[in-house]
Design a protein around this ligand. Structure first.
Ligand code: HEM
Ligand SMILES: *[C@@H]1O[C@H](CO)[C@@H](O)[C@H](O)[C@H]1NC(C)=O
Length: 480
C-alpha cells in the first residue's frame, strides 16, 4: 500500500510534469488511433464510436450498468457495432445469426482470448484458451466426465452435501452467495478429483479461495497484493496436484473423476496421447474454476426469483412434494431419474439463466480479416457476442423484464438462448449445474422458507452480476 501513496504524492508534487506527460501521451495516442483507423479506411467497418483515445469507452463500461452501455449503443447503431474497451478495438454482436457465425459456423476464424494475467493464473494449457486439435481432444475428455451417464452416479453425493448443509442454516441469516460457493466448490472438486483425502481437499479449498481473490483483483504482481498471493497459491496447487498424479500413476490406478480420465489420455490425431502433468493440472484447475462461481451465482439468483414470486415458489414446492411422496413410498433417496421429472423447476432454472444472464458476453479475437453481415472485422479485433442483449430482446422474449418460466413451455427460437454458450467452446458442465440447482430446490422448498434481509433489490457486478451483498437470507422452517 505504501508504494501507492508515495507514488501518488510524488505525482501531485510534480503535477506540472504530469500534465505535460498527459498532453504528450494523448496527442500521441490520437495519432496512433488515426493511423490505425486510416489503415482500415477502405474496409467497411461496423458503425459505432471508438470513444476517447486509449481509455476508449472502458470508463463508460465500468461506471455505467453494463446493460445500459450495451442497449443504448444497440439502439443507436444496430445489432453490430464497434467500440473500444481496455485499449482494444472491439465489435459487439447482438444478433442471433451473427453470434452463431462467430461461435459455431465460422468458429475457426475467431479464437478465444483472455487477459494474459488471467490465463497465467488458471494455467495456459487449460482448454478455454485452446483451439483446433488439442482443444477438441481435451474437450472430449471433459465432456465425458460431465455426461448425464457419468453425473448420474454423483446424485447421491450431491444430495448428501445439500442435506448436510441446509439444516445448519435454520434460524440464521446466511450470505447466500458464499454458501452457494461452498456447495458448488464441493461438487466441482469431487467431479474433478474423484476420491481424494480430506486433508488434501482442505488444502486445495484454501488455495482456491486465494486464487479466486487474486483472479478478481488488479493484476499487480507486487509482494502483498491479492494477485501476488494468488500466483503463489497457484504454484502450491500445482505441487499438490503433481503429488496426487504421481501417487495415482505409481499405484497403477488412475482413479475416478476428470483426473482419472485425463491421466488415461485421449485420442490424438491417430494414436493414444498422454497429457503432461502440467496439462492435467491446468485443466483440473480450469474446470473447477469454470464450475464454481458461475453455478453459485445462478443458485443465488434462483432463490432471489422464487422469493420475489411466491406463486412460483408454491408451484415448485408442489412438484417436489409429489416426488417426496414417491420417495417415501419406495423408501429410497433422490435419483437421476427423479430429477428428470421436475419440468416446472426446470423451466424456473431456464428462466433464471435467461433473466440473470450471468455470463453477459464472451470474448473472441478475429484471426484474419473476416466478413460478417456485410461488415469487415479486421484481424486482431475483439469480438463480443452479447448473450444478455439477445436474452433480453423483446423480439425473442416478449416482456423480457418479467420473470416468467412459462415462456419455456415452447422451445425458444434457434440461436436466441445461449446461457451455456454455443459451438466448440460451449459449456460442458451445463447438466451438472442444473442438477445442483434441482437438488437444492428439492430439499429447500420442501422444508424451508427464506426472507431477504435488508433491501434486496440491488445488483453487484464483478465478476458476475449477483444480488447485492451476496443476498443475505433469513432461513426458517416452513410450518405446514
Ligand atoms: C450455471 C452455471 C454455468 C454457466 C452459466 C456456464 C456458462 C458457460 C459459458 C457461456 C461458456 C462458454 C464460454 C465461451 O464460449 O467463451 C462456458 C464454458 C465452459 N464451462 Fe461453463 N457454465 C456453468 C457451469 C459450469 C460447470 C458446472 C462446469 C464444470 C464442468 C463448467 C465448465 C466449463 C468449461 C470447462 C468451459 C470451457 C469449454 C471450452 O472452452 O471448450 N461450467 N460455460
Ligand atoms: C427456530 O426458531 C423457532 C421460532 O423462534 C423455534 O420454534 C425453533 O425451535 C427454532 N429451530 C431451531 C432448529 O433452532
Amino acid at each position: 500500500m505504501q508504494i501507492f501513496t508515495s507514488l501518488l504524492n510524488s505525482c501531485l508534487n510534480s503535477s506540472l510534469y504530469f500534465i505535460i506527460f498527459l498532453l504528450f501521451f494523448s496527442s500521441f495516442s490520437l495519432l496512433l488511433q488515426w493511423w490505425k483507423h486510416h489503415r482500415h479506411k477502405d474496409k467497411h467497418l461496423p458503425p459505432g464510436s471508438m470513444g476517447w483515445p486509449y481509455f476508449g469507452e472502458t470508463l463508460k463500461l465500468y461506471t455505467q450498468n453494463p446493460n445500459s452501455f450495451f442497449s443504448s449503443r444497440q439502439k443507436r447503431y444496430g445489432d453490430i457495432f464497434k467500440t473500444h474497451i481496455l485499449g482494444c478495438p472491439c465489435v459487439m454482436i447482438s444478433s442471433p445469426e451473427a453470434a452463431r457465425a462467430v461461435l459455431v459456423t465460422q468458429a475457426h476464424l475467431f479464437k478465444p482470448t483472455y487477459p494474459p494475467s488471467k490465463e497465467k493464473m488458471i494455467g495456459p494449457e487449460a482448454l478455454f484458451f485452446q483451439q483446433g486439435a488439442y482443444h477438441s481432444m481435451l474437450k472430449k475428455m471433459v465432456q465425458a466426465s460431465f455426461l448425464p451417464s457419468t453425473i448420474k452416479n454423483s446424485v447421491p453425493f450431491v444430495d448428501q452435501i445439500v442435506q448436510n448443509m441446509v439444516p445448519s442454516w435454520t434460524n440464521t441469516t446466511i450470505n447466500t452467495l458464499e454458501e452457494m460457493k461452498k456447495y458448488a466448490f464441493e461438487v466441482a472438486a469431487n467431479s474433478a478429483f474423484g476420491e481424494i483425502k480430506e486433508m488434501e481437499m482442505e488444502e486445495i479449498r484454501e488455495l482456491y479461495h486465494c486464487l479466486e481473490k487474486g483472479y478478481n483483483s488488479h493484476p499487480l504482481n507486487l509482494p502483498g497484493t491479492f494477485y501476488w498471493k494468488a500466483i503463489k497459491a497457484r504454484k502450491v496447487l500445482n505441487e499438490i496436484i503433481r503429488k496426487i498424479i504421481e501417487r495415482r500413476k505409481e499405484s497403477r490406478n488412475y482413479g475416478g473423476g476428470l483426473l482419472g480420465i485425463l491421466l488415461r489420455g485421449g485420442r490424438g490425431d491417430q494414436q493414444q496421447q498422454q497429457l503432461t502433468d502440467s496439462q492435467v493440472a491446468d485443466n483440473l484447475i480450469g474446470v473447477i474454476f469454470a464450475a464454481h462461481d458461475t453455478t453459485a451465482s445462478v443458485l443465488t439468483w434462483v432463490l432471489k426469483y422464487l422469493h420475489d414470486n411466491l406463486n412460483l415458489l408454491e408451484t415448485v414446492t408442489k412438484e417436489h412434494e409429489r416426488i417426496r411422496n414417491k420417495l417415501v413410498n419406495e423408501n429410497r433417496g433422490l435419483s437421476w431419474e427423479d430429477t428428470r421429472q421436475m419440468p416446472f423447476s426446470t423451466r424456473v432454472i431456464q428462466e433464471t439463466l435467461r433473466s440473470a444472464s450471468i455470463l453477459s458476453f464472451t470474448f473472441r479475437e478475429a484471426v484474419q480479416d473476416v466478413e460478417l453481415e456485410g461488415y469487415t472485422i479486421p484481424k486482431g479485433w475483439k469480438v463480443l457476442p452479447l448473450f444478455r442483449s439477445i436474452h433480453h430482446s423483446p423480439h425473442f422474449f416478449p416482456q423480457p423484464h418479467k420473470f416468467d418460466p412459462s415462456r419455456f413451455e415452447v422451445p425458444p427460437r434457434p440461436n436466441t438462448y445461449m446461457p451455456f454458450g454455443s459451438g466448440v467452446h460451449s459449456c460442458p458442465g451445463s447438466e451438472l449445474a442444473k442438477l445442483e440447482v434441482l437438488v437444492l430446490l428439492h430439499h429447500l422448498t420442501l422444508k424451508y422458507r427464506w426472507e431477504v434481509v435488508g433491501d434486496g433489490d440491488g445488483i453487484q457486478y464483478g465478476p458476475f452480476p449477483v444480488p447485492k451483498n451476496g443476498l443475505p437470507l433469513k432461513i426458517t422452517l416452513n410450518k405446514r
